[in-house]
Design a protein around this ligand. Structure first.
Ligand SMILES: NC(=O)c1ccc[n+]([C@@H]2O[C@H](COP(=O)([O-])OP(=O)(O)OC[C@H]3O[C@@H](n4cnc5c(N)ncnc54)[C@H](OP(=O)(O)O)[C@@H]3O)[C@@H](O)[C@H]2O)c1
Length: 331
């Protein structure tokens, strides 16, 4: 495993992060524990969770991933960096979501309770709440850091201009500053290369992309003509299935995957390993968040951590997917 500084903080993190988005829905508690054991053995020292996981529209399931994570961490909390998030709906009320002071103050306490810990290392705004003033969110997060409930703060799913404005406001008001951004990024979705990654490099923000395999599409296991009844692109994951299909289930993406698969075959490496190694090879990226519904799925992606991607192969992958840098490919 390789390690890297987390942006301009003093933290050092593994270049692979384990995601918990499947915990409590596709992945039961025993399998979640096996997965966490497996990645810890491989040197992963950072866990990504969120209050809403594994939920979607179903509010009865939210919080399970934090609960599983908290139980696994029992007796070893100090050995891991734990990041969680708030902002997506956690209940039926209007203030059960977003980044108002009211919600964030409730949300951090609820997350700490489920995680059975006194603090999280990284507290992230899960999605941009444009209806709450930037100052209100910044002041609430600053209070959370000062109270010791979170050690660092970050964002996820932010447009670059909003993140730039938020950081500017935090600096002016001398409040705790966002240390990281968690964007969607993979060979089929490269828009962040245009604005967010340059901003992160200028500001020395940690960048921890999620969705490195485009929900599993970049394993090459799907055929466009065969709609799956299990997994990320199916009704098994509720409303997420349709969302992922709208994002990626298109002729153009399948065509690209066929061509990516040919490159992988030529050099004798599994495509998921190359897909993760390609993200890690980007100098703006700190660490990649891996996702899996079963422990065995992690073999190929964990192997990316110590794999030096040949610059010529990287150039081929870059060229083959260059269209996904442009806005018109974004769904
Ligand atoms: N901030 C955010 O808004 C946000 C959003 C999404 C995720 N995340 C975080 O990022 C993590 C990873 O994201 P992601 O789940 O979208 O990552 P991903 O790597 O794009 O997709 C992971 C999925 O691909 C399939 N897969 C992975 N390895 C495989 C293999 N070797 N063979 C076959 N199938 C394989 C599995 O789904 P199936 O078994 O269902 O096919 C797995 O759950 C999540 O757990 C979560 O912590 C954050």
């Amino acid at each position: 495993m390789q390690y890297r500084k987390f942006g301009r903080t003093g933290l050092t993190v593994s270049r692979l992060i384990i995601g918990t988005g499947t915990f409590g829905k596709q992945t039961d508690e025993a399998e979640s524990f096996r997965m966490l054991d497996r990645v810890a053995d491989a040197g992963v020292n950072i866990i990504d969770t969120a209050d809403i996981y594994p939920g979607g529209a179903d509010l009865t399931e939210v919080g399970r991933a934090e609960e599983f994570t908290g139980r696994w961490l029992k007796g070893k909390r100090g050995n891991f960096i734990v990041g969680t998030k708030a902002g997506f709906p956690m209940g039926p009320l209007q203030w059960d979501r977003g980044t108002s002071r009211k919600h964030l103050m409730d949300a951090i306490d609820a997350s700490l309770k489920r995680l059975d810990t006194d603090y999280v290392d990284l507290y992230q705004v899960h999605t941009d709440d444009t209806e709450t003033p930037l100052e209100e969110t910044a002041e609430a997060l600053d209070a959370i850091v000062r109270s010791g409930k979170a050690r660092y703060i970050g964002v996820s799913n932010f447009l670059a201009y909003r993140l730039a404005r938020a950081i500017g406001r935090q600096d002016t008001l001398r409040l705790a500053r966002y240390a990281s951004a968690q964007p969607r990024y993979n060979l089929l979705f490269r828009e962040i290369e245009r604005d967010l990654l340059p901003l992160a490099q200028e500001e020395n923000l940690a960048v921890i992309p999620f969705n490195p395999l485009a929900g599993g599409l970049l394993t090459g296991k799907y055929r466009q003509s065969q709609s799956p009844d299990k997994g990320r692109f199916s009704a098994e994951v509720g409303s997420f299935g349709a969302m992922y299909k709208a994002r990626y289930w298109h002729e153009r993406e399948f065509d690209t995957i066929t061509r990516l698969g040919a490159i992988a075959e030529e050099i004798g490496e599994p495509l998921p390993k190359l897909a993760v190694a390609w993200i890690l090879a980007n100098p703006a990226v700190t660490s990649v968040i891996l996702g899996a519904s079963r422990t065995e799925q992690l073999a190929d992606t964990l192997a990316a951590a110590d794999y030096g991607l040949d610059p010529e192969v990287k150039a081929k992958l870059d060229e083959l997917t260059v269209d996904y840098r442009r806005g018109d490919a974004g769904r």
